[in-house]
Design a protein. Structure first.
Length: 161
């Protein structure tokens, strides 16, 4: 695979800020060529429980962040980093899934744009519902924000919960 950012291609599983490996692995092949791409670590029950515990702890910290802080993180991760590395991500998706590069590139681009849109929607919601500028960025998430996006854009739910 010819990608610039080789750290984007991982074969382990991510738990609590670290990429971990396992003795148990399974082969991933390119469906277009049937060639083996890599051996990917297979997580079992203990790793799954550790991932759930780490996610539960992380979510408690995430909920304490203001809407502005969450929006900045999501915008950086999805809106900027995905767009910056969209070509490498498209190559990885094409290799792993066997679909055309143009389709993979379009998917990477669309995901980045969706992340940006979610962040802008949250900002627009705050402007409409919190007239006090200070409250817009310090007010914890409320139930109205959670429901304003739930039916139309499920990917945005984690911004409000």
């Amino acid at each position: 695979m010819d990608i610039k950012q080789t750290e984007l291609f991982q074969t382990g599983f991510y738990i609590n800020g670290s990429w971990l490996q396992s003795d148990r692995c399974y082969a991933v092949t390119n469906p277009a060529t049937n060639k083996k791409i890599a051996d990917v670590a297979s997580a079992g029950e203990p790793e799954t429980r550790a991932a759930i515990e780490a996610a539960t702890t992380a979510f408690k910290l995430w909920r304490k962040k203001t809407a502005k802080e969450r929006s900045q993180v999501v915008r950086r991760w999805g809106g900027e980093l995905m767009m910056e590395h969209q070509h490498d991500l498209a190559i990885i998706m094409t290799t792993e899934q066997g679909k055309p590069y143009a389709e993979s590139l379009g998917g990477s681009w669309l995901c980045g744009k969706l992340f940006r849109m979610v962040c802008r929607r949250r900002q627009a919601y705050l402007w409409r519902n919190y007239p006090d500028p200070q409250a817009r960025f310090e007010n914890p998430c409320d139930q109205r924000a959670h429901w304003c996006c739930r039916g139309r854009l499920p990917r945005g739910i984690f911004l409000w919960q």
